[in-house]
Structures are given as structure tokens and as C-alpha cells.
Design a protein around this ligand. Structure first.
Ligand SMILES: C[S@@+](CC[C@H](N)C(=O)[O-])C[C@H]1O[C@@H](n2cnc3c(N)ncnc32)[C@H](O)[C@@H]1O
Length: 453
């Protein structure tokens, strides 16, 4: 571990006196801990200029580079440190963190496990290992690791919270709620805990209790976009025309790391269904169409569309989701932006717009449909999925649900597309994924712009 903070070697005029290497390292660590990264990095560099193989300076500089948003540089430094000292538990754990941020989940897991073999009782490394296991969909392993953290630190509120989330992934609702309740007991001023408990209650159909939890969350954090949106979903009133941008960002930035594993467990096939529909109309499109993946998320549609597209662009509001799409690759461009605004700024740009499981975050489809019509070239196609509502449950054609997504009736969808200039509208029944072991009823929608604009 780095030396403890001490007041080393500073002259009254701010100059650093001549110090030993150990003292210099202590100064750097002190600056690092206080968040003065450039100062810390400068001293680490000075140490390395004298002793290029100084393991701690290499390792700590690696951490500083990671904190400064340069993971590749961080990785090189930590690799060098570990080349010199392969059994350095902090460097292993820190390199695991860098790998995790780059979604190198195998490498992250290996580093954490190696660090834990050397220092089995380190709760931070155990917690990080648990997070990686959860992202990989090894939920049983993650539960065991979160429980191991809790065994060492029973009052670790966020370990209880993460345990709750993982138990929810495993559909062990009662245990999840017990874990969230414990988290809320340990951190009663933390709004998150009440919101998460609200979500778990709502999944179990305990809507009144969920409403109470969202209200408690909002009493502590009135700006909590997720609680606000989910409360509207539970109340069935004051539904916004679409999920607010801050809700979408908060929800998907939070969910991003676990998205692929979670959706795989729900047998998610939205991208496959949308791309199959693209194949069916391929003859009606240009040979190499310009394609927009609207609400691209982690980029699951990218590999399915790449070969066909002349240009493939993804747009999404969530920075964390887009970062994962960038790592997956396949897109010519990825843009963090709100979809309707993006479409409005890109008139007659695309031959094909696909959107898998994204317009479920829109209630009123009028604006986004009009914007998509404007962004398509003459004859261009729009293909997307929705969740299905029956007219009896959604007299206005739109319904916001406690889970935060909207469903739509067939007549509503057909009418909006017609009013906004689309022709050849085809709406078929599909299901893009399961929830609580049941297939969620949905629509696959295809529509075109008239060939002459
Ligand atoms: C369920 S994910 C689907 C992602 C991807 N299409 C897929 O099938 O894996 C929904 C995505 O829509 C994005 N989204 C929702 N509303 C949006 C909006 N108004 N503008 C841009 N992106 C939005 C979210 O950030 C999220 O990444």
C-alpha cells in the first residue's frame, strides 16, 4: 500500500525540497489522494526518470492515468509494473479495474482472482470481482462474491444494494427485497436504496408499496428522474409524452454494464427480428443503403447490419451504452444524442432506419415518426419494435407501465405512421423477449416513405 499522507518537503514558497525517492513517492501519493492528479503524475514521472523500473511509481501512475480517462496508457503502465512484480495485489486489482472499464471481462476476472489469491480478505477486490461476474451473467458467482464482501463488512450498504440487484437478475424477488431493505437501513439518507426497493416491489406486482418507496426516494432526491418516471408508470397518470432524457440517461448509464447479460437471459431477439425484416425488404432498398440504428444501445444490431450498409450510424442518449457499442465495433459513426432531435437535424440522409426496443420509451409517437419521415430519403424504410397494448387496456392507444416502458395499440401506430407520411405500413405480432418467464407481446412495424418525395 502507498505510504500514509504526511506533510513532506514543502518550502514556504511552494518549491519542493530535495527529498529521497520514498519521500517523493509519499508526496505524490498525498497529491493523488487529494485529487491533484497532474501534480501526482508529475512526481511519478520524476521518480521514473531516475528509476525507470520503480514498481509503485509505475503502478500509481497507471491508476492516475486511468482516473484521467486514458485506460490504454494506464494498462501499459500497470503491465510494466506487473512485469516487474507479478505478485503485487494492488497493481493486479487496479489493472483489473482498467480491464473492467474496457469491458475486457475475462482479463479483469483473472486479475481480481489473482489479487484475491494473494490477499483473500480484501473487500474492494471481492466487490469488483462480484461486479464483473454480474456483468458476465454469472449471477450465482456474483451473489457469492457480494455475500463474501458482506461477511467481511456487514455494514457495506452498496454491497447489499448490488446483492439485491443480482438477486433480482436471478428473479429471487423476496431475497432481493430483503437485501435492498438492509441497504436502506444502513444508508437511510441514500435515495437510491428506496428507488431500487421500489423497482423490486413493482416487479413483484406490489405497486402500492412501490409507489411509497418512489415517494420516499423523491422526498430525499426530488430530481431523481428514474423514481419520477417509474412513479408515473405505477400511478397511471401524469405520464410524460416520452421518457424524459434524464430518465433514459440515468437508467441506461446505470444498466449498461449488465445489459447484454441481462437481455441474453431474457432471450432477447429484438435485433434479430428487426434485421430479419430488413432482409425481407432488401430488394426494395438500394444495394448498399445508408442505415441508422436509432437507439443503438450496446450495438447488438451493428454486426447484423454491417455487411449490408454503405454507412452505418448509431445514435443513443446513453453515453455508457454508446461506449459499449464503440467497443463492439461495426459502426461508421456513433453519436450520443436524443433521437428525435438527431433525426430532425439529418433530413433525407438515410435509406433505412431501424430501431429495436427503443420506441418503447416513447409514448406519443407523432414527433419521432415525423422526424424519421424527414430523415429518410424517398422510398426509405423504417423498421422498429414496440410492446403491444390492447385497446381495452389503452383507450388512448398508449399506456405507460410500472416498469417504465410504454405499450401501443395497433390502430394508434398505424394512424400515427399514416399521418406523418408513411405508406405500406405493415404491423405484425412478435415477441422480442421474455419477462418473468413469459414472452412479452410486441409489434414488429415496417413502413416506407413514398418513392417520390
Ligand atoms: C432497450 S435498449 C435497446 C438497445 C438496442 N437497440 C438493442 O436492441 O439492443 C433502448 C435504448 O434506447 C435508448 N433511448 C431511449 N430513448 C431514447 C431517446 N429519446 N433518444 C436516444 N436514445 C434513446 C436508450 O438509451 C437505450 O440504449
Amino acid at each position: 500500500m502507498p505510504p500514509k499522507e504526511e506533510d513532506h518537503g514543502r518550502q514556504p514558497d511552494g518549491q519542493v525540497a530535495k527529498v529521497t525517492l520514498d519521500e517523493a513517492l509519499a508526496l505524490a501519493v498525498c497529491a493523488h489522494r487529494e485529487g491533484r492528479f497532474p501534480e501526482a503524475a508529475e512526481i511519478y514521472h520524476q521518480i521514473l526518470a531516475i528509476v525507470p523500473d520503480h514498481v509503485d511509481a509505475l503502478a500509481f501512475l497507471g491508476v492516475a492515468e486511468h482516473q484521467a480517462g486514458r485506460p490504454q496508457v494506464a494498462l501499459e503502465l500497470l503491465n510494466r509494473a506487473l512485469g516487474l512484480a507479478p505478485e503485487h495485489p494492488d497493481a493486479l486489482s487496479n489493472r483489473g479495474n482498467v480491464h473492467r472499464s474496457l469491458s475486457h471481462l475475462d482479463e479483469a476476472e483473472a486479475d481480481y482472482r489473482h489479487a484475491l489469491a494473494l490477499r483473500p480478505d480484501d473487500p474492494n477486490t471481492l466487490g469488483n470481482l462480484a461486479t464483473v461476474l454480474r456483468a458476465r451473467g454469472d449471477w450465482e458467482g456474483a451473489v457469492a462474491a457480494f455475500r463474501a464482501v458482506i461477511a467481511r463488512k456487514p455494514d457495506h450498504a452498496s454491497a447489499w444494494q448490488n446483492l439485491g440487484g443480482t438477486l433480482e437478475d436471478l428473479q429471487r424477488g423476496e431475497e432481493a427485497m430483503a437485501a435492498y431493505r438492509q441497504a436502506a437501513r444502513l444508508a437511510p439518507a441514500s435515495a437510491d436504496m428506496y428507488r431500487d426497493l421500489g423497482v423490486a416491489l413493482s416487479i413483484e406486482g406490489r405497486i402500492r408499496e412501490a409507489i411509497e418507496m418512489y415517494r420516499q426516494c423523491l422526498a430525499l432526491a426530488p430530481g431523481d428522474a428514474r423514481a419520477r418516471h417509474l412513479l408515473a408508470g405505477c400511478m397511471g397518470e401524469d405520464a410524460p409524452p416520452r421518457a424524459a432524457d434524464d430518465y433514459v440517461r440515468a437508467e441506461f448509464d446505470h444498466f449498461a454494464a449488465n445489459f447484454d447479460a441481462k437481455l441474453a437471459s431474457l432471450e432477447y431477439r429484438g435485433p434479430a427480428l428487426v434485421c430479419q425484416a430488413v432482409e425481407e425488404i432488401a430488394g426494395e432498398l438500394p444495394l448498399r443503403p445508408a442505415v441508422l440504428d436509432a437507439g443503438c444501445g450496446t450495438g447488438l444490431c451493428g454486426p447484423l447490419l454491417r455487411a449490408r450498409a454503405s454507412v452505418l450510424v448509431g445514435v443513443d442518449l446513453s453515453t455508457a451504452m454508446v461506449a459499449l457499442a464503440r467497443q463492439r465495433g461495426g459502426y461508421d459513426d456513433l453519436v450520443v444524442a436524443e433521437l428525435t432531435g438527431y433525426l430532425r437535424q439529418h433530413g433525407r440522409t438515410y435509406d433505412l432506419i431501424v430501431s429495436a426496443d427503443t420506441l418503447v420509451y416513447f409514448g406519443d409517437l407523432t414527433e419521432v415518426s415525423a422526424a424519421a419521415a424527414g430523415a429518410l430519403r424517398p422510398g426509405g424504410a423504417l423498421i422498429f419494435t414496440l410492446e403491444r397494448a390492447e385497446p381495452a387496456d389503452a383507450p388512448s392507444g398508449i399506456r405507460l407501465h410500472p416498469h417504465g416502458r410504454y405499450s401501443h395499440t395497433r390502430d394508434y401506430v398505424a394512424s400515427v405512421l399514416g399521418q406523418t407520411g408513411f405508406v405500406d405500413v405493415a404491423i405484425s405480432e412478435i415477441s422480442s423477449r421474455k419477462e418473468a418467464e413469459k414472452w412479452v407481446p410486441g409489434w414488429l412495424v415496417r413502413a416506407r416513405m413514398p418513392a417520390v418525395g
